[in-house]
Design a protein around this ligand. Structure first.
Ligand SMILES: *[C@@H]1O[C@H](CO)[C@@H](O)[C@H](O)[C@H]1NC(C)=O
Ligand SMILES: *[C@@H]1O[C@H](CO)[C@@H](O)[C@H](O)[C@H]1NC(C)=O
Ligand SMILES: *[C@@H]1O[C@H](CO)[C@@H](O)[C@H](O)[C@H]1NC(C)=O
Ligand SMILES: *[C@@H]1O[C@H](CO)[C@@H](O)[C@H](O)[C@H]1NC(C)=O
Length: 219
């Protein structure tokens, strides 16, 4: 009980410091956030017109982007993106690097689309404050970048149902807030990371060659 309470207090403390960090660190959120969404729209194919029909930039009202499909802002009347939920839209293309200019983003969901190519090697500079990353059910290939372990606010990582290969970076086991880690249905091999905190929910199912921990000794 004491343990639960103190860990709760710790989480609140972390969250508050985090909000302070974000609100102090970002001064020109709004222009860059508009540029971020413009760049994403231009870099991704949208065959079902989910973005084309809704992401209309001919409007100067503060907060107008907050009404766009899949966009959630910190405040409804401020052009500063909190969460991007672009799941199941049939989007095609590579990971949208324009996301770097949504500099207050804490959640990114690109699941169930037709995105391909590698997960950027410098993902932590694109998604500095992200707590939740969902790239599941796409066609991402290549390795999971070691750099993902630099996104230290992450509490949920979902990379399941892609074509990721190679070893999972062991450094991911050191992420301080991680609670969910799903890499099932990929082509991953080798040693799995050690999540020292026993409360992490992991899913490694349907990979050809993962080993270690609960999966049995690596040969
Ligand atoms: C601009 O956006 C605001 C807020 O979403 C909306 O109320 C207004 O109708 C929009 N104006 C135009 C010209 O689209
Ligand atoms: C981010 O915004 C800057 C301007 O603030 C721009 O020069 C740059 O190209 C943008 N980056 C990406 C990847 O779109
Ligand atoms: C982030 O991760 C890379 C490995 O990809 C490492 O070399 C680098 O020092 C890290 N950067 C920071 C700022 O922690
Ligand atoms: C994971 O932890 C166990 C027990 O603490 C240790 O024996 C093992 O070497 C660790 N594995 C890695 C890859 O760090």
């Amino acid at each position: 009980m004491v343990l639960v309470l103190s860990s709760w207090i710790f989480s609140v403390h972390v969250f508050v410091s985090f909000l302070l960090l974000i609100s102090c660190g970002i001064t020109h959120g709004t222009e860059t956030d508009i540029l971020c969404l413009k760049n994403i729209k231009n870099s991704i194919q949208d065959p079902n017109n989910y973005l084309t029909s809704s992401w209309n930039f001919n409007n100067n009202t503060e907060g107008y982007i907050c009404k766009f499909n899949g966009v959630e802002c910190w405040h409804p009347d401020e052009n500063r993106v909190f969460n991007l939920k672009l799941s199941n839209m049939g989007l095609k293309g590579q990971f949208p690097r324009g996301i770097i200019n949504c500099s207050s983003l804490i959640g990114l969901d690109l699941s169930v689309n037709d995105l391909f190519g590698t997960i950027p090697d410098d993902i932590s500079s694109l998604l500095k404050y992200v707590t939740s990353l969902d790239l599941s059910s796409n066609a991402f290939s290549g390795k999971i970048p070691d750099n993902l372990a630099n996104c230290t606010y992450l509490n949920s990582i979902k990379l399941n149902q892609n074509r990721l290969t190679g070893q999972i970076p062991l450094r991911l086991g050191t992420l301080p807030h991680i609670k969910t880690f799903d890499v099932s249905e990929n082509l991953l091999t080798g040693q799995i990371p050690n999540f020292t905190d026993g409360t992490v929910t992991v899913n490694y199912a349907n990979n050809p060659g993962l080993c270690g921990g609960s999966l049995g000794v690596c040969k």
